[in-house]
Design a protein around this ligand. Structure first.
Ligand SMILES: [Zn+2]
Ligand SMILES: [Zn+2]
Length: 350
């Protein structure tokens, strides 16, 4: 153990998915060595995402198994490879993007999120359902020291996707948000901070989500089966329900955009061309760039965004996934991954 390493001789523990359809299994491993620009992160907390359910269900064609899930990890750099761009002790987030080729047309035009060679944490490489994880230091998101681990994890996926989705809506003043889960509750706070008007469309009859949306500053909240009470400038669709796309098109004004923020969506039913006429657009948002991470963290701090979380100890990751699948998680489920996690829930600046 030298100056580039403060891990000691401890082993790591992780939750492993051996194959699609399996339950996660706890495993002890030797700490991996850092090579090149990689760093070893002592994970304090890792968020649980709907995409992790897709990994468990075998819905991600690019995934390989066995795999440690997790792409919303927050922790401290405890060892570094010779070419790492982060110092020991750095407080960082490891999000979905684990790496990209760096030289294709997408990478060279600021769209590394679309790189065909991109790799993703908890999909191609092991993620944060673990006490430690390896990450390429060039793809880690530096975090403010004052950002508490568990509360910060939802920012790394739901928050970032919400951010990119909102940016695609341009300068729209009034925005409809369809599907009021993790991403929506963060993007609502951001949109309100930017002085926009938010209308929230939830699962019909979900009055708890509608109350929550109004609490966060939505001007109106109702069921996704209700017509918008006023014409909207843009619609953000987070629910994985394709039928919401033609519905959202009917709700927006001429020149407006429907932005789909989900990685999976059921088929979009056919709709009359008149719904698209008037220079309306439909587009999707895929993955995220490192610049998104930097920009969003700054915006989130300025808007004082707070995430609603439910915490589980790491070994109870299966319970967290089951609860998410059953719709029993309020806000984002978060795994507390190290002994330090409990203390860092209210991490003071240092
Ligand atoms: Zn995610
Ligand atoms: Zn590339």
């Amino acid at each position: 153990m030298g100056p580039e390493d403060k891990t000691g001789t401890e082993a790591m523990r992780c939750m492993v998915l051996d194959q699609p359809g399996a339950r996660l299994r706890e495993e002890q491993r030797a700490l991996p060595a850092c090579v090149g620009s990689s760093v070893l992160i002592r994970v304090h907390a890792c968020g649980v995402c709907r995409t992790d359910l897709h990994l468990q269900d075998g819905d991600l064609p690019a995934a390989s198994y066995p795999r440690v899930p997790g792409h919303q990890a927050v922790g401290e750099v405890v060892a570094r490879g010779p070419d790492a761009v982060l110092p020991l002790g750095a407080w960082v987030g490891a999000a979905w993007l684990a790496g990209s080729c760096g030289h294709c047309g997408f990478c060279r035009s600021g769209r590394e999120n679309l790189c065909d060679q991109a790799t993703f944490h908890g999909c191609h490489v092991d993620g944060g359902y673990a006490s430690h994880m390896l990450a390429d230091s060039r793809y880690c998101i530096p975090l403010e020291r004052t950002l508490a681990a568990a509360a910060a994890t939802p920012l790394l996926c739901a928050g970032l996707i919400g951010w990119r989705t909102l940016r695609m809506a341009g300068d729209a003043r009034s925005i409809g948000i369809y599907g009021f889960g993790s991403a929506a509750h963060l993007v609502t706070q951001l949109a309100r901070h930017e002085g926009r008007r938010v209308l929230a469309f939830t699962t019909p009859g979900d009055t708890a989500a509608q109350d929550f949306a109004r609490e966060l500053g939505a001007a109106w909240a109702g069921g996704s089966d209700e017509a918008a009470p006023e014409p909207l400038d843009a619609a953000l669709v987070f629910a994985p329900v394709g039928a919401l796309v033609p519905k959202a098109l009917r709700d927006i004004r001429k020149g407006g955009t429907v932005v789909c923020g989900g990685i999976h969506m059921s088929d979009i039913p056919s709709f009359p061309y008149a719904s698209l006429w008037g220079e309306r657009q439909v587009r999707s948002v895929a993955n995220l760039t490192r610049q998104d991470g930097v920009d969003f963290m700054r915006a989130a701090a300025a808007a004082r965004i707070t995430a609603r979380i439910s915490c589980y100890p790491l070994p109870q990751a299966n319970d967290a996934l089951d609860d998410l699948r059953a719709g029993n998680v309020h806000g984002t489920a978060v795994l507390l991954c190290s002994d330090a996690a409990t203390e860092t829930q209210h991490r003071p600046g240092r």
